[in-house]
Each structure stands twice: as C-alpha cells, then as structure tokens.
Design a protein around this ligand. Sequence first.
Ligand code: ACO
Length: 402
Amino acid sequence: QGASSLDISSLTRQTGLTTLDNGFVNTASTKSAITFIDGDKGILRYRGYPIEQLAQHSSYLEVAWLLIYGELPTADQLATFDETIRRHTLLHEDLRRFFDAVPHTAHPMTTLSSAVSALATYYEDVLDPNDPEAVEASTIRLLAKLPVIAAFAYKKTIGQAMLYPDNSLSFVDNFLRLNFGTMAEPYQVDPIVSKALERLLILHEDHEQNASASTVRLVASTEANMFVSISAGIAALSGPLHGGANEAVLTMLARIRDSGESVSTFVERVKKKEEGVRLMGFGHRVYKSYDPRARLVKESADEVLDGLGVHDPLLDLARELEQIALEDDYFIERRLYPNVDFYTGVLYRAMGFPPRMFTVLFAIGRLPGWIAHWRESNADATTKIGRPQQLYVGPAERDLGR
Ligand code: ACO
C-alpha cells in the first residue's frame, strides 16, 4: 500500500548531505499504523476500515477506541470505555475559575489550548509518559474533559453561566447540552443535530501526519506529557491553513454575500492571487482528488438542513463556488478540490454554533487521533527526539570589533 521509501539517516551519516524539504512535502517523519490515505484516489481508512463505513455505522467513542487501541472494541469494552469517560467529565473547581481570568473576547481555540495545558497542572503525579497507568489516565481525562472545556470556552464568549455535565447523556448529547442548555430551562437534544455532529466528529478523528498530529508527535518525542503535547496540537490546528479553515470558509462566504460581488468575480480574484485571497476550504497537501470527507459532509448538508427546516443562502453560495471552481482550469491544473472544511461550517452554523467555535469542534473530533499518535510515538522504542536540520543562510562569522 505504501509508496517506496528511503531511510535517509544512514545516507546522511555516510555522505554528510542534508536534504531541504520545505513544508515536509516529501519527507516521512515516522512510520505509522493508524491511518491510511491515498490522496490520488481519495481513500481514507482508520486502522484499515474505510471512513465511509465508520461514518455510517460507528460512534465517536467506538472510532476513538479503534484509533487508540488498534482494533474495534467489543460491546463490553465499549460500554466500559463510555462509562469511564462519563465518570471523568468534571473539572476541578479551581480550573473552572481559570475561565474567570480569560477575557470574553478571547478566541475559544486559544482558551482551549491554554486550558488543556492548565489541566496538566492538576495531575502532576500521573503524567509520566513511561508509566502505562498514567498514559491510560491521561487518555480518559482528555477525552472526557476536552468537550467540557470547549463548552466553557463558548459560554465565556456569550456571557452565560457554565453548566455542569450531565453524565446520564451520551458523549455528543452531553456536549450539545453544555453549549446550548441554560440554567433557566431544561434542554432537549435534537436527534438530527446529535446524529449529524457525531458523524462530523468521526470524519475528523484522524488524518495521519498533518500539521497538528506532527506537532503532537514532535512534542511527544521529547517525552513531554500527553496534555501539553495535545495543547500544542490544538495551537497548530488553530491556524487558517489547517483547522481554522472551517471558520475562514464561512467568513469568506459571508463576505461574498455582503459585498454583492458575484461568485465568478471572486473566483477571478482568487486566480489572480490577490493579496490574502484564497478559495478557503479548497486544496489539500495530500488529496489531489475529491476529499472523501468533504463528499460525506456535502451529503449530510442537504439532509441536515432539510431536517432542521433551515434554508441557508451561504450553502447555495458554497455550491455555486464549487461548481465554478471544479470547471475552471486554474483549479483543475492544480488539482484543487473541496476539502473537509468547505461544507462543515454551513452545517455547524445550522446546528447553532457561531463561527469561532468551528475549529473547536474540529479539535474535539481530532482528539482521539492526536492521542493515538502520541501513544504510538511514545510506545515506539525507536522514536528519536524530533530535530529537523536547517540550511544556514545567515552571515558568515563577523567580528564585534570591541
Ligand atoms: N485557492 C487558490 N489557490 C490555491 C489554493 C486555494 N485554496 N490552494 C492552493 N492553491 C494554489 C497555490 O497558489 C499554488 O499555485 P501555484 O502553483 O501557481 O503557485 C498551488 O495551488 C499549490 O498550492 P500550495 O500552497 O503549494 O499547496 P500546499 O500543499 O502547500 O497547501 C493548503 C495546501 C494549505 C491546504 C492550500 O491548498 C490552502 O491554503 N488551502 C486553503 C486553506 C484550507 O482550506 N485549508 C484546510 C486544509 S484541510 C485541513 O487542514 C483540515
């Protein structure tokens, strides 16, 4: 399945040569058994299982187990996993007060990354990467508490009281209630929203050595604990060229709508590479055909918006943009297709999430993948500290002259 490869380390030692690979376009940083992608054929598999099957028939926690432990759980294993995660949702009360110190204007991704680092400070005795029990405890704590932190970060931005988790609810329903429930009224989860969110989370669970997973592995390679490694992954995900693209897509669509500019004029500006103008949600380092996740999200978009009785003109705009781009030579020659972020924003918006929460939802989805990468790297005795080379292009030796 894999392409041919060359282990460069012995060659480097023998020849003293260094390869420059800007953006790691060609250099594999690791071997991995978690996720397989064929970017030309548009194939994505977690531990060998096609994403289409998992999105259709699995739950977020079942896929999390699969990614982390390598096999599908038995019914008993899944039930115990689910129950253990439900029992670990509470945050220390002092950590709850962490949110008092964050301005309500803070981007929730920044809050999320900071709070996950802060979470590590409560578990100093159980952080050792070489202690299997600590690794299990960190896995459960992160899976259970990240959604709560995420919902707290959201409540902070809208000035509402934070709710305590309701552990009688499923993972996804608990999360929805923490975001949209209030102290004033009981909250009823809409099954259409719950099902759609579960599906979107599954689609995001892993994507091999992207910028955030690679960041997690790089930090893990220093034997740093799982919490701070994941916090670094969240920071990497926040950028608009990575997970932040889902928010950027919606901003782009809203700008086009508000400016009154036609879609084709906007596409012309993209092609001229006007400063800061890209077709957000298009293009991918690995997929040179339609991103299979984008196909599944696009299918869900109609279903969910119809089910919720929402008509969103931004979805019409997105469809028009896609249609024009897919027939345009600029995009055809460069093999630019919609990626997972192109349609997700429209769906999140229909569910009631504001754009600033979109990347946070991505982070919750991606967490099992980051944990799987951290654990794979940590368990591999051949892992070396990640330490890229550079080609120095600065001044030769100079004399301070004093
Ligand atoms: N709009 C317009 N042109 C584009 C786009 C785009 N979205 N993406 C790539 N191109 C063009 C580049 O300008 C370049 O053109 P050139 O050959 O004339 O110089 C060519 O396509 C190749 O692009 P690169 O930037 O070299 O591709 P790279 O693999 O480095 O970047 C990336 C991939 C970052 C995803 C890029 O396609 C992009 O910026 N897309 C928009 C942001 C986005 O949607 N990110 C989400 C990615 S998926 C994810 O992280 C979950």
